[in-house]
Design a protein around this ligand. Structure first.
Ligand SMILES: [Zn+2]
Length: 63
């Protein structure tokens, strides 16, 4: 029989499958949110050179 449970995506402890977000405690939820925010900032920064490049190409194409 397969146990129906999930694991905390932060520390890996078994948690109930209804948990949303899938974390075991407030502490892990906090860590998860901090990680998500960091990733969002990272991707936001990664987009900046891309946008600059696109704008440059647009200007170069016009002149
Ligand atoms: Zn945890």
């Amino acid at each position: 029989m397969v146990e129906k449970h999930r694991h905390c995506i932060v520390c890996g402890l078994p948690i109930s499958p209804e948990k949303d977000p899938p974390v075991c405690s407030k502490k892990c939820e906090f860590l998860l949110r901090r990680k998500e925010r960091r990733e969002r900032i990272f991707w936001g920064l990664a987009m900046v050179p891309l946008i600059v490049l696109m704008v440059l190409l647009l200007f170069l194409g016009k002149t």
